[in-house]
Ligand binder design. Structure first.
Ligand code: ATP
Length: 374
């Protein structure tokens, strides 16, 4: 299996030697079943130019699967991903509106089982279309308030008090800081390969609230700073900046163009990454990757979109960009750059677009247009 940790570092050394990559495809529910095949089509389209070969393995997960079998994430899916694949694409899962006994989100479970501690969400507008945005939110995915250690205390006066643990460790802060810094270098490498960007040199912005939470957020901030300072041989080209989370939200909406890579603890990262997605119009164009040291799963940010399911009009761009992101983390920067460029060219032209972007085209017409441009 390829190592995401090592291949980010070695992406510039990517060689065009022939290599077969096995990719798990987990469509899940709703439009997940319509967009994940488009990721496969794109990989097949870039393979020969870049001397890559792909094999695909279709895997089950999701609410529909739960309704049929009583399990949302079969053990077999996890085992095959772990033992037989180099990376994966995950579509979407429907979220039941009321609590369903025995059901829990398969992607949350997959992140845990595969050690995918970083959620990476690039948010990018296309030159001349809407507001200029070109940032990546890197969200720590394993701790903070989401350790879910809550308790309810009965007070002597009969009222209740709720408490929740916010856990920040040096270990998790260091590894998320490292991946954010590596992504900043990787983005610079993409720019060096000709990818269009608002930024000329890499910037990483640590987001925190250490003016109030000086111990927990203070540790997050200090750990990343210390790691950056201790590794100047590698990271000296990066400008490391900071932003308190409330002013981060303000500035992100006022002047999104100034941010390159933003790294945040789990809760702030969760909020910021959805907020950032709102800057570029449709959920249908925003990709993400769930990244660990040894594995990556590309995942469009949107859900299963039951309102458009089966109509053939789901925007495939979030999935296609997630496919490029997956390739990037697997160390294949050049095909990823080609995919980004082809998607940007499609978006710029304003001709072949799905209805969420104001167009009249189908999912497959958009895919065909992007493949034509590759
Ligand atoms: P879920 O329950 O799975 O979260 P949802 O409908 O609540 O589904 P999303 O699937 O994220 O949430 O959809 C929100 C809105 O965005 C819907 O109107 C949906 O049609 C639209 N949308 C989401 N993804 C796409 C896409 N790829 N292409 C076009 N429209 C999309």
């Amino acid at each position: 299996m390829l190592s995401a940790r090592n291949t980010i570092r070695s992406a510039r050394l990517y060689s065009t030697a022939s290599k077969t990559l096995r990719i798990g495809l987990i469509p899940g529910d709703g439009i997940g079943r319509e967009v994940i095949p488009t990721g496969r089509q794109i990989l097949e389209a870039v393979s020969s130019k870049h001397g890559l070969k792909f094999e695909f393995v279709e895997l089950q997960a999701g609410f529909e699967h739960f309704k049929k079998t009583g399990t949302a994430l079969p053990d077999e899916t996890v085992e095959i991903l772990k033992k037989e694949t180099d990376g994966a694409l995950f579509g979407a899962v429907s979220s039941p509106t009321t609590k369903v006994a025995g059901y829990s989100s398969p992607i949350v479970a997959l992140r845990k089982k595969l050690g995918l501690y970083a959620n990476v969400r690039p948010v990018k507008s296309v030159e001349g279309v809407g507001r200029p945005v070109d940032m990546v939110i890197v969200r720590e995915n394993t701790e903070d308030l989401y350790v879910k250690e809550e308790k309810l205390i009965e007070n002597p006066d009969g009222t209740k008090t709720a408490e929740a643990i916010k856990r920040i460790s040096e270990y998790a802060s260091k590894r998320i800081g490292k991946i954010a810094l590596d992504i900043a270098l990787q983005r610079q490498a993409q720019r060096d390969l000709g990818a269009a960007s608002l930024h000329k040199s890499p910037i990483v912005t640590i987001t925190h609230k250490s003016n109030v939470l000086s111990v927990s957020d203070g540790l997050f901030r200090e750990t990343i700073r210390n790691f950056y300072n201790a590794n100047q041989d590698k990271y000296s080209s990066i400008s490391l900046q900071e932003q308190i989370v409330d002013s981060m939200v303000y500035r992100m909406f006022r002047e999104p163009e100034i941010f390159d890579v933003v790294v945040a603890p789990n809760l702030y990262g969760d909020i910021l990454s959805d907020g950032a997605a709102a800057l570029v119009g449709s959920l249908g164009v925003v990709p993400s990757a769930n990244v660990g040291d040894d594995y990556v799963i590309g995942e469009p940010c949107h859900g299963s979109a039951p309102d458009i399911e089966g109509k053939g009009i789901a925007n495939p761009i979030a999935t296609i960009r997630s496919t490029a992101l997956m390739l990037e983390f697997m160390g294949h920067a050049e095909p990823a750059a080609d995919i980004y460029t082809a998607v940007d060219a499609n978006l710029k032209e304003d001709a072949i677009k799905t209805p969420d972007l104001g167009g009249k085209s189908s999912t497959q017409e958009v895919v065909a247009d992007i493949i034509r441009r590759l």
